[in-house]
Design a protein around this ligand. Sequence first.
Ligand code: NDP
Ligand code: SSN
Length: 290
Amino acid sequence: MEFGFLGLGIMGKAMAINLLRHGFKVTIWNRTLSKCDELVQHGASVGETPATVVKKCKYTIAMLSDPSAALSVVFDKDGVLEHINGKCYIDMSTVDADTSSKISETIKAKGGYFLEAPVSGSKKPAEDGQLIILAAGDKALYDEVLPAFDVLGKKSFFLGEVGNGAKMKLVVNVIMGSMMNAFSEGLTLAERSGLNPGTLLDVLDLGAISNGMFKLKGPTMLQNSYSPAFPLKRQQKDMRLALALGDENAVSMPVAAAANEAFKKARSMGLGDLDFSAVHETLKAPDHSS
Ligand SMILES: NC(=O)C1=CN([C@@H]2O[C@H](COP(=O)(O)OP(=O)(O)OC[C@H]3O[C@@H](n4cnc5c(N)ncnc54)[C@H](OP(=O)(O)O)[C@@H]3O)[C@@H](O)[C@H]2O)C=CC1
Ligand SMILES: O=CCCC(=O)O
């Protein structure tokens, strides 16, 4: 099975390498061409534009930063639409439902097939083929590409009409972003009140709120180490999109709104390219209270 792959950032690179390792043929494209070099070593071919990739491959996956990138790669000159007739496009980027629907409707109107399939799980699960895939759209296409999803993920969900995958992903990430802020406040409170925050991690891990994120990020946060697995600017994008979904559905989300403010503050401090756990740094501003 041959796949096109557009977008070789943290996630796209790991996912495309995984497909190559499992015997899929992969033709790649990335806006910054130099990022293709490493994948060529793994056996990938390079397409000059998104249009040439789609022309060559029956199936093309995209893993792009945000709604504006997802739209640009489809609608701009030399974009996906130019050769989409009869071809299949699977957008795994985290975007809002409106963006996904706009892409879907246009692709279908031009004779193509569309599936949205955002993922839960970060850099390591992407490297290990342990993502959780939240697909929606064309069910026949979903069934066709399951062999690839089985390589990329540990579990795939088919959620019905286009938009449901995007919404599910945003709901998951708004919970995650809010949890990260509560966790960060707790670590800081432990430290400032004279407790050993390492012991707090052990206590948390034994109780009802033990979870993978605390386990993975806690030790590195205590070392002020924020090598990006999930860049903070992407988490803030997801908070923004999830809050907009809350607006549309008249859901009051004060916890998420406060978490979003913390991520915005972190971005304003120049931390956007670090891991989203760097929101922890916002609590370290000088304290003039005493
Ligand atoms: N990192 C993570 O843990 C997870 C991320 N996600 C989601 O996956 C997607 C990718 O994330 P991630 O890999 O971390 O992000 P990165 O910032 O590492 O990669 C972003 C990718 O988008 C490309 N891109 C950005 N703007 C444009 C544009 N205007 N036109 C064309 N290409 C563009 C970049 O190209 P270039 O190299 O030229 O900049 C790069 O390939 C995002 O939607 C994110 O929310 C989902 C689950 C986990
Ligand atoms: O969108 C990014 C999600 C990161 C994760 O699920 O760990």
